[in-house]
Design a protein around this ligand. Structure first.
Ligand code: ADP
Ligand code: MG
Length: 433
């Protein structure tokens, strides 16, 4: 069959790459894709933007695709799944009503409160003055969030009152457009972050392998927040006992709550978690799609046929499938463009991709890449590549990924050498315990 993958980042390259391995898939069309998806076997790009729902629907119909898989949140929040279903096409992801869990942080917080899902305490404001008074009363540290989708740029973890007030003002000044018209102000919760993603259909779900993202630009988790500078899977932070607790206390009530509120969820449900020192998980946010860059290492470890899992979800048969994983961890390092995360410079030629050794344990997923007029691969976005490696342990996987990243060059490339450091330090601690 023919499959359409919507999006053009590293997550979508990994999704398309994994789906193209299914013996039942003849071709994967990626819209709009990137230079990497344009090079893969049984894969082709279509020049339709991920937010152009009319264009995507027309493409799916013209190409007679049997299934569409949606990567990013924006088309999900805009109702792509509802539109495709109305037209009689299979499209994997939540409808707009369920996607509100990500698209409105205020909705999400109120939803969690209604269903007893542990999360930071919060208040929601529609106007500037009361928000500023609240910040003044609460003091710092405090977390200020634009309500709507802000492409990972709407959250400020403020350590001074001036920062907190500036963040509140920025939201109401229209910096995030409609997304900032409401503001969620949260208590800062401490601990270590982890991601827990399931493939879900109503109240049935199948957990994917755990992972940990690295949000800060700089090594040792310093510098500004980004869309994610690297990830690895699984994370030793999530023990089997903790996974059970996350499923019981967070995933199951979230799915049941959505169903009970008439917002039945089908798709990838992502819980962004803070695990405190006592091992108690709290939800920082839900996403209604796979994470980027977490998907890249997760999908590299997935042994099962992804198409089988998605079809089982669409057919209400998730309880009848098993999922198998490569037992080795996988670690992905994001190579970001010069200037990222402020303003990424584009058009820099990327060298070294062609001379990488053939190795089934290493894969370079493209994100912000394009071909210039000469056909060379150049940077075209903030997060350019995710260099992934499987290894016997996280340290070995990191070593392989770092070596590979060092063999790829472009002007101003930024990447972290310390992805996985929490797990590596924890491992050393265990060794000396
Ligand atoms: N209540 C909180 N306490 C501490 N850190 C937080 C809190 N909320 C968010 N953060 C930090 O900010 C990052 C982004 O927040 P998140 O809610 O995931 O929004 P988004 O991913 O939409 O930008 C989180 O990954 C986490 O590092
Ligand atoms: Mg997040």
């Amino acid at each position: 069959m023919k499959i359409l993958v919507v999006g053009g980042g590293g997550r979508e390259h990994a999704l398309a790459w994994k789906l193209a391995q299914s013996p039942r898939v003849r071709e994967v069309i990626v819209a709009p894709g990137n230079a990497g998806t344009g090079l893969e076997r049984r894969m082709r790009n279509a020049e339709v933007a991920a937010t152009d729902i009319d264009g995507l629907l027309a493409l799916a119909q013209a190409e007679e695709v049997a299934l569409t898989v949606v990567g990013p949140e924006a088309p999900l929040a805009a109702g792509i799944v509802d539109r495709f279903q109305d037209a009689g096409l299979r499209c994997f992801g939540p409808g707009a009503a369920a996607a509100e869990l990500e698209a409105s942080k205020a909705f999400s917080k109120e939803f969690m409160a209604r269903h007893g899902i542990a999360s930071a305490s919060y208040a929601v404001f529609d106007t500037l003055e009361p928000a500023l008074i609240h910040v003044g009363r609460q003091g710092v540290p405090i977390v200020v969030k634009a309500d709507g989708l802000a492409a990972g740029k709407g959250v400020t973890v403020a350590t001074t009152l001036a920062q907190a007030e500036a963040a509140v003002r920025a939201c109401f000044s229209g910096r995030y457009g409609k997304a900032g018209a409401r503001v969620v102000i949260e208590e800062l919760v401490s601990g270590e972050e982890a991601s827990y993603i399931v493939i879900a259909d109503g109240d049935r779900y199948l957990a994917l392998a755990s992972s940990q993202d690295h949000k800060r630009l700089g090594e040792a988790d310093t510098g500004p927040n980004t869309g994610g500078m690297g990830a690895y899977s699984p994370t030793p932070l999530i023990t089997p006992a903790l996974a059970e607790r996350i499923e019981q206390d967070i995933i199951a009530p979230a799915l049941a709550g959505l169903e009970a509120e008439g917002r039945r969820f089908t798709g990838f449900l992502y819980a962004g978690l803070m695990i405190d020192d006592d091992g108690t998980p709290r939800v920082l946010e839900f996403n209604v799609r796979l994470g980027d860059p977490e998907s890249q290492p997760i999908l590299m470890r997935l042994r099962s046929d992804l198409l089988d899992l998605i079809e089982a979800a669409l057919e209400g048969q998730l309880d009848q499938v098993d999922v198998t994983w490569d037992q080795r961890p996988c670690l992905g390092i994001v190579m970001a463009a010069a200037g990222y995360p402020d303003k990424a410079r584009t058009g820099d030629p990327i060298l070294g991709l062609d001379s990488l050794e053939e190795n089934p344990d290493i894969k370079v997923f493209h994100g912000g890449t394009a071909n210039n007029l000469m056909g060379d691969v150049v940077t075209a976005g903030g997060r350019v590549l995710t260099v992934c490696a499987l290894g016997k342990d996280i340290a070995a996987a990191r070593g392989q990924a770092v070596n590979t990243a060092n063999a790829i060059t472009f002007e101003g490339a930024q990447f972290r050498n310390d992805i996985g450091w929490h797990a590596i330090i924890r491992g050393l601690g265990d060794l000396f315990a």
